[in-house]
Ligand binder design. Sequence first.
Ligand SMILES: C[S@@+](CC[C@H](N)C(=O)[O-])C[C@H]1O[C@@H](n2cnc3c(N)ncnc32)[C@H](O)[C@@H]1O
Length: 227
Amino acid sequence: MEIRDFFDSAYSTPERYWWRQPNIYSLSPEDHAGSLMTQFILRHARHHGPGRALDVGSGEGADAIRLARLGWEVDAVELSGNGVRKIQKFAREAEVQLRIERGDLLTHPFRHGRYDMVICNGVLHYIQDKETACRRLQELTRPGGINAISLWSDYTPVPDCHRVVPTFPDRERGTVYQAYATWSKPLLYFERMRVEQGHHDMPGHLHSFIKMIAQNVYRPPEPRKSS
Ligand SMILES: C[S@@+](CC[C@H](N)C(=O)[O-])C[C@H]1O[C@@H](n2cnc3c(N)ncnc32)[C@H](O)[C@@H]1O
């Protein structure tokens, strides 16, 4: 099955597929105790904004809507047409303005300049060519801006229930980590064997993740250890 068809189907019902917990649009970091990434994004957005943000693979727009509620100017780009329609609906209900486009991270023209924050949350394990994907995220980031990235690591195998589409988890210090070798990393953690609670349409299963906030500030790469 194609990834776009998979998510078109996942987003075909009116209720949320992701983020069904209460307070999803809360701007208070304490309301997101299950996600260090969300806490970091909110704290950063409060202290360094309002600025311009791009949420790529934005799903149903939860990250994008939170940032817009903080006064940020937010663009959302999503592969699934049903996803785009749900972002439009949820943004309307949350009374925020977003610029929403349907597109693929690898080929979208991205015509609206560079951003202070680029979020790519849960997307890169659907993309095999991670070098190009990361380069595009980086080219879209202003000096000093941040990329907020979450993807599956190969610390645990892809659960059988997810094997309906091709997926490409990365090594914890693999292609994605290496692509950001010269960026500083205010947050990097490897979340292992986390019980999936974000969606409810599959039997119970686990994922392992790479979670990284990388900042477009030069940091010399660490010397390779000699063997
Ligand atoms: C796991 S969901 C995460 C959604 C959202 N970022 C969130 O955290 O709630 C992954 C999303 O990435 C989108 N996606 C997958 N491959 C993509 C690509 N190449 N370009 C843009 N979006 C993509 C899917 O359609 C899906 O909505």
